[in-house]
Structures are given as structure tokens and as C-alpha cells.
Write a protein that binds this ligand. Structure first.
Ligand code: MSP
Length: 513
């Protein structure tokens, strides 16, 4: 079984912003978690490159749409590499193989009798690439997300007969766990309860799109084309672009992670399209919240957009990942606050976690021949730190399974806090000055080093680099394997410990980001 996981395919109208980085980092943590458990994972991301929005952006920049897409998608690819995102696939919807997949998919849907001609009238938001529900007689309606005027459209299009799937979609969205978090399910249920209406899947006079076979002058509506990118992405390099092949390559996806604004497309339109084409449905759709900055929506007009490239240069990967994953409840909206960001990074990572390892490793090296001390009862599963570690490791695993990064981060951090507390109570620096206490000091230091090893293993999906630095400081393999490495007492007494280096630098930001 393969665990297939997707980010949305990002529009290339502009460079990536913190919102897209947030989704991608969250998916990276999920992909790493699955790999740590020993699952084989296909982690898909990519770019959505067709449609009116892209065509207009390219026109405004005076370049061809293809040249524009090439440049912006290269920017995404480069950014994800710099963030060390562990994606396995990067799909572009202008990939020639994608066109063949879209054509095949459409012919299945058409053969099902699910394509009809119709007249599409309504208010359209080009930035969302979506018809809005505003009444026809509305005066100058605006998009609530983009705060831009909607455009009136009246054209003959091809429609997908979504209305035929009312019953099946109702049953699907009722299914436990399909829409996550549960708080978002209601909104989709209300939408479906109003009665599903057929939606248009083609545009006329829009050259920047995939032509609809057998319907001259029509190109596919960008969403119809983009969702199918999740299928195309699964093709391996030598594969014929063929829908049957995709079933052997990791479809259906286990999880689509998206922002709450595009939940309807993923939880309603997409499953209906798949049903029509006779393909299996994804396991789960998770709609996360939106990020604001210091309480305000991020936007170019406000001049407060956080550029993920700048953030990376100034703060580093661990710091930003920690803040986004530890502080924002995944699924809810979150606010980026600079002061809180640096406080959390400094308190949790530099002080609590970094110092724990540094001071313990220094003492062990000084008093026990630069090596892991003799374990004594520090290796026993009855040791107080062993009991806490086992319990907290279970909490981290359960939290990661339900995509609750915050609870996972807190549990890992709690283990470090407990280990610091234990060290302060035992005060080995005092005990070491007394005769006959050496064995006890050795056992205490052993237990704390072992707790630090487990903190690192537990942090690995969230902060892979900090975890790797901690593990190498403990002379361990940099990537853990959870089924075996979460047991207590695996650190070998006598193992040489390298010279300690600070594993996490403090964040000192001069001026706003
Ligand atoms: N191209 C479509 C997706 C097609 S998937 C087959 C699209 N692209 S997007 O680039 O506009 O948005 C991608 C994701 O970024 C969306 O899920 C959106 O919710 C998310 N975000 C955009 N702004 C955001 C924030 N300010 N905060 C968090 N995520 C946000 O939609």
C-alpha cells in the first residue's frame, strides 16, 4: 500500500507566499511522519498553469503564457528545494502527458452521458476561477476573498452533470473522517443540501487551456484540468499516460490537504468527477485555515506579505516550521506574530531542547570518558523518565495520526521539559563532587541523554534538521525509524559522544520581517 498525499497545485499567477508555504510544510511533516512509520509515500505538489487568471497575468507582463508559467513554476520548484520539502512529484498542468490524461478522463465522463451543453450565466471571480452564488440581479458584487469586482458571464458551455451525483456525494460527505477537520464538514453539508447543480467544465474563447476533444472552440475549465493533475502526477517517467496505469501507481490518494477556500472543489466536484470516470475516491480531504499577519489579512495592497524566501534566509527552516506547526492549530485560522515567533523558537528550541542536549552531553563527556555513561537503572523501563517518554511517544504518534501537529509538538517538548526538570532536581554537578555518587550520576545522565534521543526522534517529522543534528550529536543515524527507535534504553553505554555544538541558534530579529 502506498500513502499518496497532495498539496494543492498552486496557481502561477504570482510567486509563492506564506500561505502556500504553510500548506506545503504541513504536507511535508505528514509525508515524513508516514515514512518514519515505514510507509511508502508519494508526496505530490506542483503548479496549476492554465486559465484566464494566468493568461491575463502573462499578458500584463508582456510575455507568452508558457514563458510566464515556466518562470513562475521554476520559482516554486526552487523554493521547495530551498525549504528541503521532501516531495516525490512536481506536476505542472502544462506537461504534455497531462493533456492526454485530461482527454481520456473527459472521454470516460462523456461516454457516461455526464456532459451536456448549457448556458452559463453568473458572476465570476477570475482570481478564484470560480462562479459565485451572487444573485443575477446583484449590483457590482465583489469576491469576498479577493475584494475584487466579479465579472458577469453569459456563454454556451459544456456542463458536467453534477446533479446526478447528489445521493452519492451526500453519502460520501457523511462518511466519518472524509472531510477534516469535522468543523468544516457542516459547511459542505449545507452546500450539498441546497441541491447540487451541474457546473460548466469548458470555456469558449479562452486559448490558454487544454482544448476539449470534439468541441471546437472550447477549452477545459481550469479546475477540471487542475484536479486531474493529481492523477497525472502519479505517472512514472516511462509510463504511457493511461488512467488504468494510474491505478497501479498509487491512486486513490490517501489525503488531499488544501486551504478551506477550495474545500468544495475537493470534497464535492472532484469525487463526483471521479465517480463519473469510474475511478476510486480519495480517503480524506483536510481543509486547513488561513494565515493572517499581526491580525491583518496578508495582501499586496497592505504591503504586509511575508515572503517565504525571505523568511527562510533570515530565520531558517527549523524556526519557521516550529512556529507554523507548533503554534497554529492545524485546521483553524492562525496569525503570524513576530514577537511570539521569536519567543517560541528561543524558549522551546534554543533553551529547552538545545540546552538540554548540550549540557547533558558536556557533563557525560567530562566525567565519563567522552562517552555515554554506564546506564545503571537509567536504562530501566521503570525509570521515571522512561515512563514519561513512553507515554509521550504514544501521544506524539496519536497526534500525528490525526494531523494535530500542535499536540505532537507539545508532547515532544514536554519530554524535554521533564528531562530538564529531572536534571535540575538531581543536580549531577553537585553530586559529582561527593564521594560514591558516580554510579548514580552516570545513571541520571544516561536517562537524560536517552530522553534527548527520544525527543529528537519524536521531532523528526516536524523538524527533520534539528532532529538530525541532535541525533548526530548522540552518535545516532540521522533519520530514525519509529517502529524500532522509540523504545527506551537503546543508547549504548560507552558509545563515544562527539564534541557538543549548539543544535539551535537563537533567533535575534532586528526589525520587522
Ligand atoms: N490552483 C488552485 C488549486 C488547484 S488544486 C487542484 C489554487 N491555487 S492557489 O495557489 O490559489 O491556492 C493554493 C492554496 O493556498 C489554497 O488552498 C489556499 O487556501 C492556500 N492559501 C492561499 N492563501 C492563504 C493564506 N493566507 N493562508 C493559508 N493558506 C492560504 O487554489
Amino acid at each position: 500500500m502506498v500513502y499518496t498525499l497532495t498539496t494543492p497545485l498552486y496557481y502561477v499567477n504570482d510567486r509563492a507566499h506564506l500561505g502556500s508555504a504553510y500548506t506545503t510544510i504541513a504536507c511535508d511533516a505528514i509525508a515524513r511522519h508516514q515514512r518514519l512509520k515505514g510507509e511508502s509515500v508519494i508526496f505530490i505538489t506542483g503548479c496549476d498553469e492554465h486559465g484566464q487568471k494566468i493568461q491575463r497575468t502573462a499578458e500584463a507582463a508582456g510575455v507568452s503564457p508558457q514563458a510566464h508559467c515556466d518562470a513562475v513554476s521554476e520559482g516554486y520548484r526552487d523554493l521547495w528545494n530551498r525549504w528541503q520539502i521532501s516531495h516525490d512529484r512536481f506536476i505542472r498542468t502544462t506537461d504534455p502527458r497531462h493533456r492526454l490524461i485530461v482527454e481520456q478522463f473527459f472521454s470516460r465522463v462523456e461516454a457516461r452521458g455526464d456532459v451536456v451543453e448549457g448556458r452559463q450565466q453568473g458572476w465570476y471571480c477570475v482570481a478564484c476561477e470560480e462562479f459565485k452564488d451572487d444573485p443575477h440581479e446583484a449590483q457590482d458584487p465583489e469576491c469576498p476573498i479577493h475584494r475584487r469586482p466579479l465579472e458577469w458571464r453569459d456563454e454556451l458551455n459544456l456542463f458536467f452533470r453534477l446533479s446526478r451525483y447528489q445521493g452519492q456525494i451526500e453519502a460520501l460527505i457523511r462518511r466519518e473522517g472524509f472531510i477534516q477537520p469535522v468543523s468544516r464538514r457542516r459547511e459542505v453539508e449545507n452546500f450539498v443540501a441546497q441541491g447540487l447543480r451541474d457546473f460548466s467544465i469548458s470555456r469558449v474563447d479562452l486559448p490558454w487551456g487544454i482544448p476539449v476533444p470534439g468541441h471546437r472552440g472550447h477549452t477545459f475549465y481550469v479546475w477540471f484540468d487542475a484536479l486531474l493533475g493529481y492523477l497525472t502526477a502519479l505517472l512514472e517517467p516511462g509510463d504511457e499516460p493511461n488512467l488504468e496505469r494510474i491505478l497501479q501507481r498509487g491512486w486513490p490518494a490517501s489525503l488531499h490537504v488544501i486551504g478551506k477556500d477550495i474545500l468544495r472543489f475537493h470534497a464535492v466536484y472532484w469525487p463526483a468527477m471521479l465517480l463519473s470516470a469510474g475511478l476510486p475516491l480519495p480517503g480524506q480531504v483536510f481543509g486547513h485555515g488561513f494565515l493572517t499577519r499581526e491580525g491583518q489579512k496578508m495582501g499586496k495592497s497592505l504591503g504586509n506579505v511575508l515572503d517565504p524566501g525571505v523568511l527562510l534566509e533570515r530565520c531558517g527552516r527549523d524556526a519557521v516550521r516550529w512556529y507554523l506547526l507548533r503554534d497554529i492549530p492545524f485546521g483553524e485560522d492562525g496569525d503570524f506574530q513576530q514577537q511570539r515567533f521569536s519567543d517560541l523558537v528561543n524558549n522551546d528550541l534554543a533553551n529547552t531542547i538545545g540546552n538540554l542536549l548540550n549540557r547533558t552531553s558536556s557533563m557525560a563527556r567530562r566525567w565519563f570518558a567522552e562517552a555515554v555513561p554506564p546506564a545503571g537503572d537509567g536504562r530501566s523501563v521503570e525509570h521515571p523518565l522512561a515512563r514519561s517518554a513512553t507515554q509521550l511517544a504514544n501521544s506524539v504518534q496519536a497526534a500525528m495520526d490525526r494531523l494535530d501537529f500542535r499536540a505532537a509538538a507539545e508532547a515532544a517538548l514536554q519530554l524535554a521539559t521533564l528531562a530538564n526538570g529531572f536534571l535540575n532536581e538531581q543536580a549531577p554537578w553537585k553530586a559529582m563532587k561527593q564521594q560514591g555518587q558516580e554510579a548514580m550520576v552516570a545513571a541520571d545522565l544516561y536517562a537524560v541523554l536517552e530522553a534527548a534521543r527520544l525527543v529528537a526522534c519524536l521531532l523528526a517529522p516536524l523538524l527533520p534538521e534539528l532532529a538530525a543534528r541532535m541525533l548526530s550529536q548522540l552518535a545516532q543515524a540521522e533519520t530514525p525509524h519509529w517502529p524500532t527507535d522509540l523504545a527506551w534504553g537503546l543508547l549504548e553505554p560507552g558509545l563515544a559522544l562527539p564534541q557538543p555544538q549548539p543544535v539551535m541558534a537563537r533567533l535575534d530579529l532586528d526589525g520587522p520581517l
